[in-house]
Every structure is written in C-alpha cells, then in structure tokens.
Design a protein around this ligand. Sequence first.
Ligand SMILES: [Zn+2]
Length: 237
Amino acid sequence: MLQRKFDNVVKGFFPNAKDAKDTSIHYLGKMQIEHKLDISKVLMATSVCSDDINVPSTTFFNVLFGPFIMGGLGGLPFAGQTGMTAFAHHIPDEGSAFIFYGPHIGVTLDGDLGKMYRPRQEETGNSCGALMLALNRIQDAGYAPVMNDDDYQQMKLEESLLPYRDEILASDNQAKAITEATYEIINKKIHEHLKSCKDEFHVDRVTLLGGIIINTDYGLDDYFDARNFEVVDMKSL
Ligand SMILES: [Zn+2]
C-alpha cells in the first residue's frame, strides 16, 4: 500500500523510474536475452555513494559476483583508474563485467525531494547528504571548495560541481538539479576510466547501467531512473 503511494510520488519526479525488482529483472533480462551474456560469469562494480542507505540498491543485482566498490561520496568513482584496472583483472575467465553507477536522492511521501526517513529516526534527514551539503555551500556565491587531505572526497565532489553551479541555482528544484549534474559527472568519469583502462580488460564486453537511485522509506523498495544502458564493445574503444 505504502509502496504504491511512493510509486506515484517517485514517478511525479522521475516518470521512467522502476522499482528495485523491475530494474533487476529488466536489465539482467536484457543482458541475457538481447546480448547473450552469461550472467553466471559477470563481475559487478558499483560507483554509488558510500551512504549506508544505498546498500540495498546494490543488491538489485546480487546474482552477480561482487561488487567491486569504486564509489565514494556522491557516487563519484574515487577508486579511479587503479580501481578500474583492479576490477578489470578480477573478471571471471570468459566472463564479462557490469558497472552500476549514479547518484542518489531521497524522497518522502509528502514529495520532499532530497529528504528521507532513515531507519529508526523520527525526523527526516538529507539524502544524498554529501550533495545536499554541497548544494547548501554553493548557494553562497562566494564559496569555493579548498582541497585538503582530510576531506578529500567532499571537496573534490564540490569542485566537480562548480561548472554546473549556475544551472543548478537557476533550477526550480535545486536538489534534483544537483543530482542530475552529479549523474553527468559520474557518467563521464566512468566512460573516461573505461577507455583509459581498456587494455586491462580481458573480455570483449562491459555492460554499463547508469542512472539515479531514488531512496524511499526504510524497508520499502528503492527506485532507479536509468539514464544509460549500454553494452560496450571494448575493441571499439
Ligand atoms: Zn550520498
């Protein structure tokens, strides 16, 4: 019942979003049927935010091996080229690879985007916390992140978002806009790392699934708004 109510709220913001089960069935089916991939030999990597609330989302695909965790705050692939290389070296013989990536955003039944009720908390909290913090900071026109060793990921995330600052602030839904911008950043980085590390892959095909994870209340399914599904022919990179 509650899940159905969430369905309407989520689809109001993300009309193409699918719930967890539909997402896994749909994309695993595409891999197996349309692309003839043997899903018993697929190693998954994720580039999603460190937030504990995303752990269930990565189990959408728990029939696969892994995951190799590439993501840090906001979902950026902080493991970088070394992470992509290590992932490439861990793929089963005659198998293939799958990379699931994207930012996340919470929503409440009241339609409050960027917020969610977390397990055993009375009040709503931010989701994604890192992105909502970045948003709060870049709303101050004089703000510039200062790179430092002790808060590296957050500073790097904010630095990556600066080119999108005007676009985000001009949006009538800034929480959604910063999430969309972060998707663009992650998508670009995943493609760059895949290309620069292509010689490390001993398989022909790597499947990418990128989009936005939408967190609902604890215990209910998350949703996923897919933005990119592609089976990359590694020889063509
Ligand atoms: Zn987060």
